[in-house]
Design a protein around this ligand. Structure first.
Ligand SMILES: *[C@@H]1O[C@H](CO)[C@@H](O)[C@H](O)[C@H]1NC(C)=O
Ligand SMILES: *[C@@H]1O[C@H](CO)[C@@H](O)[C@H](O)[C@H]1NC(C)=O
Length: 529
């Protein structure tokens, strides 16, 4: 009897295990370093807790993607050269000097060249890494043997796209940026009349002059992609797959695009059936703070606390800027928590706590937090929206100004320039305005309510669609055919030309016939006369 029961138990165990196995997929992740990894990691944790197994490809010089976690295994690719983020500090200094008007147009131009050069180098290193992986037969065989269900990648770097093609696997993006620029622009109809280009600092309401500017920015992005980025990845395609395989088509041909955007935040625009919006998926309710932080926050009393963070990239600001920020904070009755890694500013007030790292999400969700001084990176902006904390923005580069502009357009943020924080109490006035004027907080809390009022949480939606792609071995039926068309077909230029030609032909024939008729009639008349 008891023997029987054990057998039943064993059978149940086996059934249960095989059920888990048949439900758990195998996912190959090719991520991006830096702040992009922070949110990819959150996604991987969620996939792991759903019973999927995840392997992450990284280089032997990774600075963020570490080994030895239970929720993923790493596959390390040795590379001789790695992307170096040391270029950030000098660029930052130049940007501040340009904004202060201390530098000429030449510096501005040289800064653009420097940024292009940094981008070019980054893609060169990634293309090299991709080539060495794709050429390594043993490595590719090892990946094939692992029988992945899909490739999950951040397409701001192109290696994952090439690998998915080589392994003939479905491809899912965790995307905001592509190698060619903003994600939507590659596959959705994007009229430049109301869709502002990233970097233009424009909103969805543009005057004629602004639309000219917008068009100029579009050309700049196209130029960068056509001249600097696309050819590098196309060269890898030519070498490995043959020239008939176009990188641009591989890029546009992903099955599902999990887009890190949200229409509470983004200006409304056309979209596609295979774009799923997951903006703010990394946000979650705040947890209890560590005891020392909680004590500091509580000590602020009725005035509350201001948070300040400039993100993962900007670790050090020029000393005159930090001193100015510190002395402004010292004038406030609020307490301040400032994520800052450089030297301690000389005039730091006793109300300001410097930290190396902070539990940003938990702090933003604390009822005592009144204001977030942020650089405008997507992660921070989404967390501020989620918790309804108004923002004073100090954008530096990339899409930061554009992110903050979207908040400012909805009355939930005020934007300053890092270069002007030292002039005439501009920084102090901005902080006080956002603290005192209730509309900022009310607008942000409205955005927060809108963001949370959805049928499905963004993270659950992301998990659903990843599993959907595994169940159906891709989602090609959701993909439009647009990306295979040449531009003249896409815009129906060929059809319009054909119709115009046909119309001209008809008109010409008709006018010739008419003329013949006239001449005949006139001749007959002359004869009769
Ligand atoms: C990574 O691998 C390359 C090539 O094998 C080697 O030259 C380099 O020293 C390695 N770098 C690190 C940090 O291990
Ligand atoms: C902080 O500094 C202010 C002004 O300098 C002073 O009035 C206050 O007593 C100080 N507070 C503490 C806790 O040291």
């Amino acid at each position: 009897m008891s023997h029987n029961r054990n057998a039943t138990l064993l059978l149940l165990c086996v059934v249960f295990l095989s059920w888990r196995l048949s439900h758990g997929g195998k996912i190959l992740v090719i991520p991006l370093e830096g702040s992009h990894w922070v949110n990819m990691d959150i996604m991987i944790k969620a996939l792991h807790s759903e019973g999927h197994s995840v392997d992450v490809i990284r280089t032997n010089q990774s600075w963020y993607i570490l080994d030895g976690f239970p929720h993923y295994e790493t596959i390390t690719v040795p590379v001789v050269e790695a992307f170096n983020h040391d270029f950030i500090q000098p660029v930052l200094k130049k940007i501040i000097n340009i904004e202060r008007g201390e530098e000429s147009f030449l510096t501005f131009a040289s800064l653009q060249v420097e940024m292009f050069d940094a981008m070019f180098n980054m893609h060169r290193i990634i293309s090299k890494m991709a080539t060495s992986m794709l050429k390594d037969e043993d490595f590719m065989d090892m990946l094939r043997e692992r029988q992945y269900d899909l490739v999950f990648t951040d397409p701001a770097w192109g290696a994952g796209i090439l690998l998915a093609h080589a392994l003939k696997l479905p491809l899912v993006y965790n995307v905001r940026w592509l190698t060619s620029g903003e994600g939507h622009l590659a596959i959705t109809p994007s009229p430049l009349s109301y869709i502002p280009m990233t970097g233009s600092g424009l909103s969805d309401k543009m005057t004629f002059i602004q639309r000219l500017q917008n068009f100029f920015f579009y050309l700049l992005w196209q130029f960068q992609d056509t001249v600097f980025t696309n050819p590098q990845y196309q060269a890898v395609c030519d070498e490995i797959f043959g020239p008939e395989v176009k990188y641009r088509e591989l890029l546009q041909g992903a099955d599902i695009w999990l887009m890190r955007a949200d229409f509470v935040f983004e200006f409304p625009r056309p979209t596609m059936p295979n774009i799923i919006y997951i903006g703010g998926f990394q946000c979650k309710p705040a947890k209890q703070l560590p005891a020392d932080l909680e004590e500091f926050v509580q000590s602020s009393g009725e005035h509350g606390v201001i948070l300040m963070s400039l993100g993962t990239f900007v670790t050090e600001l020029p000393a005159d800027v930090t001193n100015e920020i510190a002395s402004t904070f010292a004038k406030l009755p609020q307490k301040v928590i400032w994520k800052h890694k450089g030297d301690k500013p000389a005039n730091l007030g006793n109300n300001t706590l410097l930290v190396d790292w902070m539990p940003q999400n938990d702090l933003l969700g604390h009822p005592k937090i009144k204001l977030f001084v942020a650089h405008g990176g997507t992660n921070g902006v989404q967390e501020a929206i989620y918790h309804g904390v108004p923002v004073v923005g100090l954008p530096v580069f990339f899409d930061q100004y554009d992110n903050l502009l979207r908040l400012a357009a909805r009355g939930a943020a005020k934007i300053l320039s890092l270069a002007t924080v030292d002039k005439d109490d501009i920084f102090l006035n901005a902080i006080q305005e956002v603290l005192i004027e209730p509309s900022y907080r009310m607008n942000m809390q409205r955005l927060s309510r809108l963001h949370k009022d959805t049928p499905m949480k963004p993270l659950d939606s992301a998990l659903f669609w990843i599993e959907y792609v595994m169940r159906h071995k891709g989602a090609a039926h959701l993909r439009t055919e647009s990306y295979k068309l040449p531009w003249y077909s896409y815009y129906s230029v060929d059809v319009v030309l054909f119709l115009t030609g046909a119309l001209l032909l008809v008109l010409l024939t008709a006018s010739m016939l008419l003329r013949c008729l006239c001449i005949t009639v006139r001749k007959n008349k002359a004869k009769r006369d």
